[in-house]
Ligand binder design. Structure first.
Ligand code: NBG
Length: 824
């Protein structure tokens, strides 16, 4: 495909052969970096390789964008505060079909592709699932040929680097740009001015009509940086445009002339802070002023860019919804709704109703959480100060909306209060969730259960008012990164048997189902897993010094540390296994290696304590000679995309044990599944759909269901009853209370215990026994290796539904109005 297309005469920038790559690499090393083979560092070699690859993206990029323009295609704009991209070199090599040529070329010049790839810093512009989802969707949109653009922020510092020092998390800044980024192009010609503060007022125009103004603002320049997003072997290259804040005047001249040089510099620095750093919270809204500024900064710049592009290709603004679909990745960019109204009404002079019609039909909103602390609301005084005109517009939207609701539900004032965009608390607040629902034509959750919960709980009133807006799109992941690139051995085996069609149609993996009965295939499948386990074992040895038995069951929980995800439940199970062996050293337990990884938000005390707790458990278990290799606990520091790519291929048991009703979807569960791991999990988020896909004999589910949790919560839940009833759980509590895990820091883990005893908000105690029982079942099941391998194959074979290609196709057809036709 990509090789066949003619991009003009073969020059040094185009040649896809090994020879071409050698020429390109050496030329880049010399002319872009001014180095030769004696002076080039390994990082220089990475840079020169990346530019050689980038050169081959550029012509495809330009021709893709030209085509979209000439065909005046409807564009999809994905607005997201986070894009957790990871590394790009390997991904682009794969998508261009350049892997082998580059591998061979580098060998010829004495280099090793693996080493070169390891030089690349992860682009960590996101916290976790929400940001990684955006990255997977960019990949799928390009692969499906959708004219899509990602819009976000070019944070100078991405998600912090985590080190575990004396068992505790310590954060270090992520200076991912410090050595340059080969994948970005600055585009000063498209820089945009974004306004803040000032005052909003209304006066009369020359023709006597009323006109709103926003004046005396402080302005910031939004500088765009473009990154190419390649599709898989289809010559499509889309754009991710990230905005960086620049001071609008290099120095404020008035201060400068007054001799206040320091003040002039200070103001410039303050302005540029807007894009300095990603807020490191997952599923939590801290409500900081700078965060609101970030949100407005990138949405305003993006909308200005979109309107500019629209006007180049079209005349009538009322056509915007026909040519533009904007997806709001959670409420973070929801301030775009009043911003588009401001553009259409104040600047373009459309009447309110027409503008509102355009706005609602342009925006669609994805909700990613029902956790109350993550739902964004902004104090009215804060918004009034930073965005005075937007607050007026929000009030107007709210007034008109509530009038309509009142007609449908006469006299139901409680309902009006709940549905209002303004929360009438002591200090009034703007509810961004309500604004998002009201200003969008589509609202979706990210798994079947979660979308249902939106309708029955969080947005119940809105569902009753406009049921047609509500829909579900279960999340997905890209098999190109998470299987093809991450797990080369398993990919090759699959391709040997069923061909490579699965790369763009993951449902094809179902062709593997008959292979379950083929003993020689099972043997190969199992050998691949063993090989991957050995690789991870040696990586663990290298980074942590811990030796693990690669024949043990690799039982893994990797994700953000959060009470609702219940790493504590996992740790308690590990402790109970440890206690079992201590009381009966000959106990017949299945050898397991427990692997955990994940970051805690720096200000999240309990999550950080959980990391200390897991580290303490690891310390005790790993050092106990009587335990030997039967149990090992590893906490891998600095969980990130590139580390995840090492972990999933070696996984056998996937821990998805959140309290039912709390994990909106989860996407790690899908990465495990496609890599042949079997899930142990609650009936939560996407687990439910995984269970449906694989059948109950191929998954281990346990615990209270979402409606049972709700019922127990409202009828009064007493964790102490569960502790008393369970001898294993009582033993674990006793051990912790006796400071066995904190012999030096007496009482260190007291807050964990106390939070469980006084309420146990996430039902750890209630689910503990059921969880242990299920784990016992897993242990027995693992002993029947043939059956286990069949389960593993089934999980991979049934993962087709969880491809982000399927998810994006659903968005495209049902929400964006850009259906894709795929050759099957
Ligand atoms: C997260 C959910 C996950 C979900 C991802 C992607 C937020 C606010 N939500 O369950 O917790 O998989 O979004 O949809 O980050």
């Amino acid at each position: 495909m990509s090789q066949k297309k003619d991009f003009g005469p073969s020059t040094i920038f185009k040649d896809m052969t090994k020879k071409g790559m050698i020429l390109s690499f050496t030329a880049n090393r010399e002319y872009s970096l001014a180095k030769d083979r004696y002076t080039a560092t390994l990082y220089d070699d990475f840079f020169a390789t990346s530019i050689a690859v980038r050169d081959r993206l550029v012509e495809r990029w330009i021709s893709t964008q030209q085509r979209y323009h000439n065909e005046n295609r409807k564009r999809v704009y994905y607005f997201s505060m986070e894009f957790l991209i990871g590394r790009l070199l390997g991904n682009n090599l794969m998508n261009l079909g350049l892997w082998e040529a580059t591998n061979d070329a580098l060998k010829d010049v004495g280099l090793e592709l693996g080493q070169i790839r390891d030089c690349e810093a992860d682009a960590g512009l996101g916290n976790a699932g929400l940001g990684r989802l955006a990255a997977c969707y960019l990949d799928s949109m390009a692969t499906l040929g959708i004219p899509a653009h990602g819009y976000g922020i070019r944070y100078e510092y991405g998600i912090f680097n985590q080190k575990i020092i004396n068992g505790a998390q310590v954060e270090f800044p992520d200076e991912w740009l410090s050595r340059g980024n080969p994948w970005e192009f600055q585009r000063p010609e498209y820089a945009v001015k974004v306004h803040f503060y000032g005052r909003a007022y209304i006066d009369k125009d020359d023709d006597g009509s009323l006109r709103a103004h926003w004046a005396d603002t402080d302005d910031v320049v939004a500088m765009p940086y473009d990154m190419p997003i390649s599709g898989y072997k289809n010559d499509v290259v889309n754009t991710l445009r990230l905005w960086s804040a620049k001071s609008s005047e290099e120095f404020d001249l008035s201060y400068f002339n007054d001799g206040d040089y320091e003040r002039a510099v200070y103001d410039k620095v303050l302005t540029e802070n807007i894009s300095k750093v990603l807020y490191p919270n997952d599923n939590l809204s801290q409500g900081r002023e700078l965060r609101l500024k970030q949100e407005y900064f990138f949405t305003a710049a993006s909308l200005a860019d979109i309107v500019r592009r629209f006007k180049m290709e079209n005349k009538d603004l009322r056509e915007i919804p026909k040519k533009v679909a904007i997806q709001l990745n959670d409420t973070h960019p929801a301030i775009a709704i009043p911003e588009l109204m401001r553009i259409l009404v104040d600047a373009e002079r459309l009447d309110w109703d027409t503008a509102w019609d355009i706005t609602v039909n342009t925006f669609a909103y994805t909700n990613h959480t029902v956790m109350p602390e993550a739902i964004e609301t902004w104090p009215v005084p804060m918004m009034e100060k930073i965005l005075p005109r937007h607050l007026q517009i929000i009030y107007e939207i709210n007034y008109r909306f509530l009038k309509e609701v009142a007609i449908s539900f006469p006299g139901d004032n409680d309902r009006l209060r709940r549905m209002s965009i303004i929360e009438e608390s002591d200090i009034k607040r703007v509810r961004m969730g309500n604004l998002s629902v009201i200003g969008s034509h589509s609202v979706n959750g990210v798994s079947a259960l979660h979308s249902q919960l939106l309708k029955s709980n969080l947005f119940k009133d809105f569902y009753e008012f406009t049921p047609e807006k509500f829909t579900n799109v279960t999340n997905g992941i890209t098999q190109r990164r998470w299987l093809m690139k991450a797990n080369v051995k398993q990919s090759d085996l699959i391709t040997d048997v069923i061909g490579d069609g699965w790369a763009t149609d993951l449902n094809k993996l179902e062709l593997l189902l008959p292979c379950r009965d083929d003993a020689s295939f099972r043997k190969k499948w199992s050998a691949v897993k063993d090989g991957n386990k050995k690789e991870l074992a040696s990586y663990i040895k290298k980074v942590s010094g811990i030796s693990i038995d690669h024949n043990s069951l690799f039982d893994i929980q990797v994700k953000r540390i959060h009470e609702y995800k219940r790493q504590l439940l996992f740790a308690f199970y590990i402790l109970s296994q440890y206690l079992k062996l201590k009381s009966d050293p000959k106990a017949d337990i299945l050898p397991r290696t427990f692997i955990l990884s994940g970051k805690a938000a720096p200000g999240y005390y309990m999550a950080k304590l959980i990391i200390r707790f897991v580290s303490a458990v690891a310390e005790v278990v790993n050092k106990d000679r009587a335990i030997g290799d039967r149990l090992k606990v590893v906490f891998l520091e600095n969980y990130r995309v590139s580390l995840a790519e090492r972990i999933f291929p070696a996984s056998e048991l996937s821990e998805q044990i959140s309290t039912a009703g709390t994990e909106a979807s989860g996407t790690g569960c899908m990465k495990f599944m496609v890599n042949g791991a079997v899930t142990i999990g609650t009936m939560d988020g996407a687990n439910i759909e995984i269970a449906k896909a694989v059948g109950k004999e191929n998954i281990f589910t346990f615990g209270l269901k979402s409606d049972e949790i709700q019922a127990l919560r409202s009828n009064g839940y007493n964790p102490r009853e569960y502790i008393e009833r369970s001898s294993a759980l009582s033993d674990v509590f006793r051990l912790i209370q006796a400071n066995f895990l904190s012999p030096v820091d007496f009482g260190l883990f007291e807050p964990l215990i106390r939070s469980l005893l006084n309420g146990d908000y996430f039902f750890v105690c209630a689910d503990f026994d059921a969880y242990c029982e299920k784990q016992n079942e897993v242990s027995r099941a693992y002993l029947d290796r043939d059956r286990w391998i069949k389960r593993s194959i089934t999980n991979a074979a049934k993962s087709g539904y969880f491809s982000s290609d399927r998810a994006v196709e659903e968005y495209a057809g049902d929400i964006w109005g850009v259906p894709v036709k795929r050759a099957k």
